[in-house]
Design a protein around this ligand. Structure first.
Ligand SMILES: *Cc1c(COP(=O)(O)O)cnc(C)c1O
Length: 427
């Protein structure tokens, strides 16, 4: 038995499923997790001493690569002053100023501890501001695990969400309406059923939690104008895309101005951080200024702020990183596409910048329904082969691959060679 297997045997006795977040359990690929000991640059090392090229990157935060020296040093330095005060600190002001002065649609921002919290709070602020209850979300988009966002991810239009999890009362999801990604007609249908009741439309401007699905031309623009027409707020959930597609996220990349935006992942550089921000008059609804209650004992934690702000500063001061990541993306995802085309394998690869997903389906993947046509058994076989050959992918068909600045041309070529060998032998 490997050390990872031993640890997993112990873990399942004391932690549900042996993991603190479900996708880590490898359930959908029929394996057990590798327990990780350390990571550096683009490499991650498990408890048995195996080294992998890592394409999870902690699900996005490690855009500069693992264990990035400046971030590590900023944390060490901040630790010397104590871990938490539960009081206001200078670095929180610096973080808020740094973001608001560089991202035009973020006039005010509030720090929280996770993406889930950011979304939950942004939705509450939107409801408080508009005095309306309903929210439109899209099937296949993930917005964390708060009750109202856990609606059954059917692929059709739904006016009243059915809970997707035990323990979520119907009352919590009855105001969550579900539309189809890339389908403006489905959004119009929902608006026409409740024209004066929709507080917000929330969307992943590039969906990355049903695998990567790009917004088609006109989709985000259409959402913006529908929201304007109905007096509804547009929330971009940029927990993955923020500071990744561009410093100003998908909003900057596509030139669309959301009313509110949520951040997570990259903003904390690996520390537990989330944030929500946007128009001043909406953010001023939040307590203690306004009547929308939202709080957090550890929010704006000085160690987390030090890590996050160091990473954001580095990204902003090195804007060529974004062109660089896009080039690496073209090399990796474009390379996989070429290999599979030559083999005439049924596949679709969606990618943008550093994000990409290989779907084992011949259908064009543009929404949750088409993503679901993927052959997940074929994905599982591919995943296991890649892992055995030193390549650490997200253990699910419906997750993204994350490239970082630390992925060199050499490791990308090594990855492509492995894909090529797999395809030659198995597909
Ligand atoms: C990861 C994610 C969340 C949830 O963030 P957590 O920090 O895991 O709570 C919300 N929205 C999107 C788009 C995400 O990818």
């Amino acid at each position: 038995m490997t050390r990872s297997q031993e640890l997993f045997e112990r873990a399942v006795k004391r932690i549900p499923g042996g993991v603190n977040s479900p996708v880590r359990a490898y359930g959908s690929v029929g394996d057990t997790p590798r327990f990780i000991q350390r990571a550096d640059g683009c490499y991650i090392y498990d408890a048995d001493g195996n080294r992998y090229i890592d394409y999870i990157d902690s699900w996005g935060p490690m855009i500069l690569g693992h264990n990035f020296p400046a971030v590590r040093e900023s944390v060490k330095k901040a630790c010397e002053n104590g871990l938490s005060f539960g009081c206001a600190t200078e670095i929180e002001v610096e973080m808020a100023e740094f973001i608001c002065e560089r991202i035009p649609h973020v006039e005010m921002i509030r720090m929280v501890n996770s993406g889930t919290e950011a979304v939950m709070s942004a939705v509450r602020a939107a409801r408080g501001f508009t005095g309306r209850n309903k929210i439109i979300k899209f099937a296949g988009c993930y917005h964390g695990h708060s009750d109202a966002m856990l609606v059954s991810a059917g692929s059709g239009v739904m006016t009243s969400g059915v809970p997707d999890s035990a323990g979520v009362p119907k009352g919590c999801t009855q105001d969550t309406m579900t539309a189809v990604y890339n389908d403006l007609e489905s959004v119009k249908t929902l608006f026409s059923q409740a024209p004066k009741e929709v507080a917000a439309v929330i969307v992943e401007p590039v969906a990355a939690n049903m695998g990567v699905v790009l917004p088609e031309k006109g989709f985000l623009e259409g959402l913006r104008s529908l929201c304007d027409q109905y007096g509804t707020l547009l929330i971009f959930d940029e927990v993955i895309t923020g500071f990744r597609l561009a410093f100003g996220g998908a909003a900057e990349y596509f030139g669309i101005r959301p009313d509110l935006v949520t951040y997570g992942k990259i903003i904390g550089a690996g520390m537990p951080v989330g944030a929500y921000g946007g128009r001043k008059e909406i953010m001023e609804m939040v307590s203690p200024v306004g009547k929308v209650y939202q709080a957090g004992t550890l929010s704006g934690n000085p160690i987390a702020m030090a890590a996050g702000l160091t990473q954001l500063r580095y990204l902003y001061e090195h804007p060529q990183i974004y062109a660089d990541l896009a080039q690496k993306g073209e090399m990796l995802y474009g390379g996989i596409k070429k290999i599979l085309e030559e083999e005439k394998t049924p596949f679709t690869i969606n990618y943008i910048g550093s994000l990409g997903s290989l779907f084992f389906t011949s259908e064009r993947v543009r929404d949750y329904g088409s993503a679901k046509t993927s052959d997940t058994d074929a994905f599982a076989a591919y995943f296991k082969y890649m892992l055995k050959n030193g390549i650490h992918l997200a253990p699910s068909q419906f997750e993204a691959m994350f490239l970082s600045e630390a992925h060199t041309g050499e490791v990308i070529h090594q990855t492509l060679d492995t894909v090529k060998k797999y395809v030659a032998g198995h597909m």
